[in-house]
Design a protein around this ligand. Structure first.
Ligand code: UDP
Ligand code: MN
Length: 352
C-alpha cells in the first residue's frame, strides 16, 4: 500500500459532508494513495462511521485531552486552538509524505504527482500572492516539525489568527527561495476569486485540478432541490455553477444514501477549539428523498438552509430574500394579525 496520504480535517458534521464529497472526488480521480481525516469531538459517532467507509484513517485529535507539551501550551493560548487543530496533520507519522486538503476542496482530476513535491509546497493565495494558501499543501509528517511549529506559534502567534498566517510565518522563505515549492494555481483555484478574472477562468477551466470553495460560500450552503437534484449557485458564483453542481452530483451519487438522522440535526455547541458552525445540515439532508416530489422534509431543509445562510451572511437578495419577497411576507403577517382593541375602536370611530 502507498505510503502517501491525502489528509483533511473536520470538526463537525457539516464540514464532514465536505470531507465525504472530497474523498469520493479523490477516488473518482483514481488516486493511488491513502486517505486520512482528522476529526475533533464535534463530529458525531455515526458521521465518524461514514467517514471510516471512505477514509483509511480517521484520527481523533483533541489537544486538550492530551498530556503533552502542545496541550500545556494550548491551555495558555486558547485562541490558537483552531490553528493547532490543523497542525495535527504533522503527527501522522505513519505516512512518508502527505497533501493536506481543506474539506471545502474538490478534486477534479488526478493530482498524484503532487507527492513528488517537497515540504512545504503550496499555491499562492489570491489576495496576497507572496503568501501561500493553506487550503492545499504538501508536507512531511514529523513529530519534530510538529513540536517546532507549536513552539513557534506560542512565541509569535499568527498574524491572521489562523493557520495560514502561522504557516506562512513558519515557512517564511516560501515566497523567495524555491520555485518548485510554488504549486501552479490549478492545484488550488479559489472558486470566488476566479470571478475577478473570468476570461482566465474560461481559458483554463479544463486544466483545474483542485477547486477550493474558500470563503463564506460553501457548496453545502447552496440551495439544493432534491426533486430535480439541482443546486442553485449564488449570482457571483454563476461561472462555477457546473462545478457546484458536480459537488452535489457526487453528494447524490455517493454520500446521500449513507447519511442518517442520527447525524446532527441541531447545531452542536462549539467544541473545544472554538469552531461554532451550525452543524444541522447532515441530519436534514438525510431526510430528503432524491428525485421525488417536494416533501415537508424538503421544506424543512430549505428553512434550515436559509437560516444558516443568513447566519453566515449569505443572503439571497435576488431570490427568496429579495426586498419584494420580504415585503410580501411582512404584509401577509400584518394582514393576518388579529386587530387590537384600539384598532377596532379606531375603525368604529372612523366609520361613524
Ligand atoms: N474546518 C472545520 N470546521 C470549521 C471550520 C473549518 O473542520 O468549523 C476545517 C475544514 O477542513 C476547513 C478548514 O478547516 O476546510 C479551513 O476552514 P475553511 O475552509 O472554512 O476556511 P477558508 O478556506 O474559507 O479560508
Ligand atoms: Mn477552505
Amino acid at each position: 500500500m502507498s505510503n502517501f496520504a491525502w489528509v483533511t480535517l473536520t470538526t463537525n458534521d457539516t464540514y464532514s459532508l465536505g470531507a465525504l464529497v472530497l474523498a469520493h472526488s479523490l477516488k473518482r480521480a483514481g488516486t493511488a494513495h491513502q486517505l486520512a481525516v482528522l476529526v475533533t469531538p464535534g463530529v458525531s459517532e455515526s458521521m465518524r462511521n461514514k467517514l471510516k467507509d471512505v477514509y483509511n484513517v480517521v484520527q481523533e485529535v483533541n489537544v486538550l485531552d492530551s498530556q503533552d507539551a502542545a496541550n500545556l501550551a494550548l491551555l495558555a493560548r486558547p485562541e490558537l486552538g483552531i490553528t493547532f487543530t490543523k497542525l495535527h496533520c504533522w503527527r501522522l507519522v505513519q505516512f512518508e509524505k502527505c497533501v493536506f486538503l481543506d474539506s471545502d476542496t474538490l478534486v477534479l482530476q488526478n493530482c498524484d504527482e503532487l507527492f513528488e513535491r517537497e515540504e512545504l509546497s503550496a499555491a499562492p493565495d489570491v489576495s496576497w500572492p507572496d503568501c501561500f494558501n493553506s487550503g492545499v499543501f504538501v508536507f512531511k509528517p514529523s513529530l519534530d516539525t510538529f513540536a517546532k511549529i507549536t513552539e513557534f506559534a506560542l512565541k509569535h502567534g499568527s498574524f491572521d489568527g489562523g493557520d495560514q498566517g502561522l504557516l506562512n510565518s513558519y515557512f517564511a522563505d516560501w515566497a523567495h527561495t524555491d520555485i518548485n515549492k510554488h504549486l501552479p494555481f490549478i492545484y488550488n483555484v479559489t472558486a470566488f476569486a476566479s470571478y475577478c478574472y473570468l476570461p482566465a477562468f474560461k481559458q483554463f477551466r479544463d486544466k483545474i485540478k483542485i477547486l477550493h470553495f474558500a470563503g463564506k460560500m460553501k457548496p453545502w450552503l447552496v440551495q439544493f432541490n432534491s426533486e430535480s437534484r439541482t443546486a442553485s449557485a449564488p449570482s457571483d458564483y454563476a461561472h462555477a455553477t457546473d462545478l457546484i453542481q458536480l459537488w452535489w452530483n457526487i453528494f447524490c451519487d455517493n454520500v446521500h444514501k449513507t447519511l442518517t438522522d442520527k447525524m446532527h440535526t441541531k447545531g452542536v455547541s462549539s467544541d473545544n477549539f472554538g469552531f461554532n458552525f451550525e452543524a444541522g445540515l447532515a441530519g436534514a439532508l438525510s431526510q430528503l428523498r432524491l428525485g421525488e416530489q417536494r416533501t415537508p422534509e424538503q421544506d424543512a431543509y430549505e428553512a434550515l438552509m436559509r437560516r444558516q445562510c443568513w447566519e453566515a451572511g449569505q443572503i439571497d437578495y435576488a431570490g427568496k430574500d429579495s426586498f419584494e419577497n420580504i415585503w410580501k411576507k411582512i404584509t401577509e403577517t400584518l394582514e393576518s394579525k388579529p386587530k387590537t382593541e384600539t384598532e377596532q375602536q379606531d375603525d368604529k370611530s372612523g366609520s361613524s
